[in-house]
Write a protein that binds this ligand. Structure first.
Ligand code: HEM
Length: 284
């Protein structure tokens, strides 16, 4: 049978993970995680501070406002960044001692998500009983839940920001038309290695499958995609297959080839070629 405090810890963690899926209000979630952690550690007060541009206290319980000002320098030192828990706790001990004149005693753990410290949780007791390693294990479980809540909230924030951006883009696009910068996308190193290099093998049937959707869209995309796509490709093949076996084509001397992005890519001054008849027609 689990000891009583383990049962409570499990119930609290379960409640937190349920709230994580139901509740989008981060401050509320953090306040709840903090309350449970304080109770489990038989503490009197606690704080969750988050690292954003600077540090911000996101949840506090049982803390006198003036005490918060003592924490600012501790957080500003960014000791938590390196996950240096020992150092953080040493400073916290000093700080709680000075700020509360020996009346408080505290422990802290970083909130970490994907190997990055995104916040820190402090728990204080008003009696001289040191926090044990077991206390820290318990606190860690609440710190982990709080970190997930923060991570999710930030992800959610990013997604809704992206959505707003897209909505704004669609709102400002005349008749819902968006003109993509095909030229830019198709020369973006995120999608193509050495994008400015002439490498026709990028488009071999096996390689073409590896190109992300919409990274290569000479015929546009979506519901208004070019309906002449297949026809144009077939036409191009027929033209090459008809001319190339009979003529050798070379660029007219001195002719300047300048790419010009209109809607599709053009050669600004056309492509003046010299056609030399082959002595015998090339066979396939
Ligand atoms: C290499 C040749 C061609 C290229 C690069 C090309 C490219 C494009 C592009 C980029 C669009 C806009 C798609 C969008 O709005 O997302 C388009 C639309 C269209 N293309 Fe082509 N096209 C080619 C040949 C053709 C041919 C041969 C035909 C007809 C036989 C054709 C008929 C159309 C039509 C009707 C649309 C408008 C589709 C719509 O808005 O519903 N295209 N094309």
């Amino acid at each position: 049978m689990l000891p009583d405090f383990r049962v409570r810890q499990r119930d609290y963690l379960l409640e937190l993970s349920r709230s994580l899926t139901e509740e989008l209000d981060l401050e509320k979630l953090l306040a709840r995680a903090l309350r449970f952690a304080i109770e489990m550690l038989a503490g009197q007060a606690g704080i969750i501070a988050l690292k954003e541009d600077g540090w911000r206290v996101a949840a506090a319980q049982g803390i006198a406002a003036q005490f918060l000002s003592y924490l600012t320098p501790l957080l500003a030192e960014e000791n938590v960044r390196e996950l240096n828990v020992t150092e953080l706790n040493r400073m916290l001990k000093e700080l709680t001692y000075t700020a509360s004149m020996g009346l408080l005693n505290g422990t802290a753990l970083p909130l970490a998500a994907h190997g990055q410290v995104i916040g820190v949780i402090f728990i204080f007791r008003n009696y001289q009983d040191l926090f044990t390693p077991n206390d820290r294990v318990i606190l860690q479980s609440f710190a982990d839940q709080a970190a997930i809540a923060v991570y999710n909230a930030r992800l959610y924030g990013q997604v809704s920001y992206e959505k707003q951006r897209l909505d704004a883009l669609l709102d400002s696009a005349a008749d819902g038309i968006i003109i993509l910068n095909f030229y830019g996308i198709q020369r973006d190193a995120r999608f193509f290695d050495n994008p400015n290099e002439f490498r026709p093998e990028r488009f071999s049937p096996e390689n073409e499958k590896l190109i992300p959707k919409y990274a290569y869209t000479p015929f546009g995309g979506g519901p208004r995609v070019c309906i002449g796509n297949q026809f144009a490709m077939m036409e191009a093949r027929l033209i090459v297959a008809t001319i190339a076996p009979r003529f050798h084509l070379s660029l007219a001397p001195g002719h300047v080839v300048k790419p010009e992005q209109v809607f599709t890519l053009h050669a600004k001054y056309g492509m003046r070629m010299v056609a030399t008849q082959r002595e015998r027609v090339l066979a396939y």
